[in-house]
Design a protein around this ligand. Structure first.
Ligand SMILES: [Ca+2]
Ligand SMILES: [Ca+2]
Length: 72
């Protein structure tokens, strides 16, 4: 059973404007805050990988599903 509360906390950290969705811009901003370089194209690619309904935004459900898969 994955720890969904932990995923929710991480999601909230990335979701800077707290609208319940992670955009490519928010992802890129996070990478920059972490001291990583991340181009807009790289951020969009990362979002694409997690995005299940193709709206270009990551919901908590999509994020949790991705994290659960990533952790096997
Ligand atoms: Ca957001
Ligand atoms: Ca989506």
């Amino acid at each position: 059973m994955p720890d969904t509360n932990e995923y929710a906390a991480t999601f909230g950290f990335v979701d800077a404007d707290s609208d319940g969705r992670i955009s490519a811009q928010e992802y890129a901003d996070l990478m920059h805050r972490l001291g990583d370089t991340c181009t807009e194209a790289q951020a969009e690619r990362a979002i694409e990988v997690m995005d299940q309904d193709g709206d270009g935004l990551i919901t908590l459900d999509e994020f949790t599903a991705y994290m659960a898969r990533a952790e096997g």
